[in-house]
Design a protein around this ligand. Sequence first.
Ligand code: FES
Length: 362
Amino acid sequence: MSNKHVFTWRTLAIVAGAALVVRRVVRGRIPAPVPSPDSGRSGARGLKLLVTAHERLADGVAGIRLEGHGLPRWEPGAHVDLVLPSGLVRQYSLCGDPEDTSSYTVAARLVEDGRGGSREVHEQVQEGTELEVRGPRNRFPLVEAPSYVFVAGGIGITPILPMLRALPEGTEWRLLYGGRTRASMPFLEDVEKLDAGRERSGTGVPPAEGRGRVTVVAEDEDGLPDLDAFLADLPEGAAVYCCGPEGLMAAVGERLPEGTALHLERFAPRTTAGGDGEFEVELHRSGRTLTVPAGSSVLAAVRTELPNTPYSCEQGWCGTCQQRVLEGEIDHRDELLTDSERGDSMLICVSRARSARLVLDL
Ligand code: FES
């Protein structure tokens, strides 16, 4: 087992069960995110859908079916925003049938020490609850490639499962699916069924002639997967997809040869508010100047003066806290805003200042 592993499946308990931020990386070069045609941020218009099933899929994972009429079709990798009864917005990968225009299916992991969204989904949302659903949108699209390599950690299987189902017959692919325990891994049976003639290795050794294409690694039984072995001898031009904890994605990225296309979907933002230096924020219309201390956010400072300032996710996913910036250099820390939006606005829950002062149109 490589000592380069820097993650444990246990970290899945820390990150949310919601699909959040995606980036596409070519190993050795990190281009600006390239939005897919339907990747625009959800506007205010959402559909009111009825929860018609709310069931346990695995330990700590709830499967939710939302029904409506004439729902937009979606592509594998897409997610929707659920507006919860409290007003919190959480994003979940769609994991049902993309052609089904009467229902959407998502899976949500309960985050015990989270910020309340996943607990609300588990404990407040039930059959008969009506939820506003925004999207779908797709920042994790399945690109054309001669072959595919997938790595999923726990709830990270949700965007990958529809991809596996969509691959044309004869496509070369392999999947490493890991989790803390088999009981905590949703869709395990579905994944294993996709692997005709499978042979559960529990090691991460890449498939070869006559072996299965799916490797399931449960940490309590098998330890950590051998990513070096799984990612060795990548086929020429293979597209690598990874969804799971940050440490897993970093570990996969470290092991890819230069030039390999790596597609990532995060379950938590790469950077969060805090940790950097102090700066000032002037609220232009209010005529007040505030200090944003290290370890705190612009949003927190602004809300001391303007407590009704809107926000929801506090992690740079939903766009609710977007504000216009009149002066100053922004340190953008989200992956949601478009380049043109970044010119004069920021998400004040995560982004900070590169200059000593920002002036907001508030
Ligand atoms: Fe959601 Fe800031 S509150 S992006």
